[in-house]
Design a protein around this ligand. Structure first.
Ligand code: SF4
Length: 58
């Protein structure tokens, strides 16, 4: 479990291996954010590119 929350990065994606499961923060020092859209216009258009599936193999 990640027990070193970065209080500057709020996150609720509990399926990510970097999420601090007991509190809604990321454990990384920094993250990268990107988009899957050509012209992003809403928050739904953005993605955390530092996401990594918890329990994933790669
Ligand atoms: S890497 Fe991204 S998705 Fe994963 S806990 Fe951190 S902010 Fe959330």
């Amino acid at each position: 479990m990640n027990d070193n929350p970065n209080k500057s990065i709020h996150c609720s994606v509990t399926s990510c291996m970097h999420h601090c499961q007991n509190v809604d923060y990321c454990s990384l020092d920094a993250i990268k954010v990107g988009t899957h859209e050509k012209n992003p216009t809403q928050d739904q258009c953005t993605d955390c590119l530092s996401f990594s599936l918890k329990g994933g193999c790669c």
